[in-house]
Design a protein around this ligand. Structure first.
Ligand SMILES: Cc1ncc(COP(=O)(O)O)c(C=O)c1O
Length: 379
């Protein structure tokens, strides 16, 4: 038996929706993408949503749309998937790593203020593992200096920040639909923004810089000559993906309810193991529990990697905690400042299995292995 760290909740409905898209004959970006965008915007409570091929593409386009380029610094958390920092490099800017708050694993105004330079033009604020970051306090720091805050909400579809969906208060927020996230389209991403002009630019940028979409040209009875008004990209989502996304979006509230129930159970089961810290909701919001991470105390009898091995030996596929980009070879030249909280958390945390169909007996097994490891030998 293997208990995966995550399993997407996909079924017959998604299969039928994908089949219908194929049967329609329109499989590239078309009417289903437009419908998915409208539905996603409504769920988040924003005016505009622009579908793209991944969250990585979304972050890239967000920085292009924000006018970030060579010579600019972009503050990012090191404790994030590598794509967050890479997005800065895509536009020729320099990612500058900042430390995080140990309770939320997110950037704070203090950790960002510590690394601001005259060249800082943007901050990528990650809602790590689905835990909402404090966007308002970050904007209070950044807005007076004209520093753009891009929200990397890759993990946070359905999380809440001050009684609104995460992403609703951002100028630009980027979501991921990779299968490690709750709502999946295989690969895929979405940008949301309150600004219609920004949304129009994002739509153009994702489609080769064309001034009219391929879908609109196709729908026209008359010949339409398109023009390419800036250097764009092919970051389009397909209608097959969007068809799956529409079904998944309808299931999102049930996904979140189930994850909250299972997470609550993890909290209860783990609470009496000495020193173990678990993910918690911040006072200003609620997580969707995209990942359930635990932090081992320094005196835990078994090291993090050994604990991962013990879990794997019994068929449990857990993961190391979130990576720290500044320790990866690709950022060896970055001359990052010391990031003590990031370094402690990346080496002492792990992500436990959590998925919609997870059985309570699976959870009991996971916790029993951690509990056994927590007992010093001979006791
Ligand atoms: C915080 C964060 N940003 C960006 C990404 C990249 O998302 P995608 O795989 O959709 O490109 C991820 C993916 O894990 C992520 O966790």
């Amino acid at each position: 038996m293997t208990i995966p760290v995550m399993r997407p909740w996909l079924g017959e409905e998604e299969a039928a929706a994908a089949a219908a898209a194929i049967a329609s004959g329109w499989v590239a970006q078309g009417p289903r993408v437009a419908e998915f965008e409208r539905a996603f915007a409504a769920v988040i409570g924003v005016d505009h949503a622009v579908a793209v091929s991944s969250c990585t593409a979304a972050l890239h386009l967000a920085l292009v749309a924000a006018g970030i380029g060579p010579g600019d610094d972009v503050v990012v958390p090191s404790l994030s998937f590598i794509a967050t920092a890479n997005a800065a490099r895509y536009v020729g800017a320099r990612p500058v790593f900042a430390d995080i708050d140990a309770a939320t694993l997110n950037l704070t105004p203090d950790t960002v203020a510590a690394v601001l330079t005259e060249r800082t033009k943007a901050v990528i604020l990650v809602d790590q593992a689905g835990v909402p970051a404090d966007l308002d306090s970050m904007r209070k720091l950044c807005d007076p200096s004209g520093i753009v805050v891009v929200e990397d909400a890759a993990c946070a579809a359905g999380s809440e920040y001050r009684d609104r969906a995460v992403g609703a208060g951002a100028d630009l927020a980027a979501f991921s639909f990779h299968p490690r996230k709750l709502l999946t389209t295989g690969e895929g991403g979405m940008l949301v923004t309150p600004d219609g002009q920004v949304a129009a630019r994002l739509r153009r940028l994702r489609e080769h810089g064309m001034d009219i979409s391929a879908a609109s040209r196709h729908a026209s009875a008359q010949p339409v000559i398109e023009h390419y008004v800036e250097t764009g990209y092919n970051y389009r989502m397909t209608d097959i993906q969007a068809a799956v996304g529409l079904v998944q979006l309808g299931k999102l509230p049930r996904m979140i309810d189930r994850r909250r129930m299972l997470a609550h159970r993890y909290h209860k089961l783990l609470e009496d193991i000495p020193g173990i810290k678990t993910i918690q909701d911040p006072e200003y919001g609620r997580t969707n529990y995209q990942s359930f991470w635990v932090l081992l105390p320094a005196d835990f009898p078994v090291g993090r990697d050994d604990l991962l091995r013990l879990l794997a030996d019994q068929g449990v596929s857990a993961r190391r905690g979130i990576m720290a980009a500044h320790t990866e070879p690709v950022y060896a030249d970055n001359r990052s400042p010391q990031l003590p909280i990031t370094e402690r958390i990346t080496s002492s945390s792990l992500i436990l299995p959590l998925f919609h169909q997870m059985a309570e007996t699976d959870q009991d097994l996971v916790v029993s292995i951690i509990r056994a490891a927590a007992k010093p030998p001979g006791r």
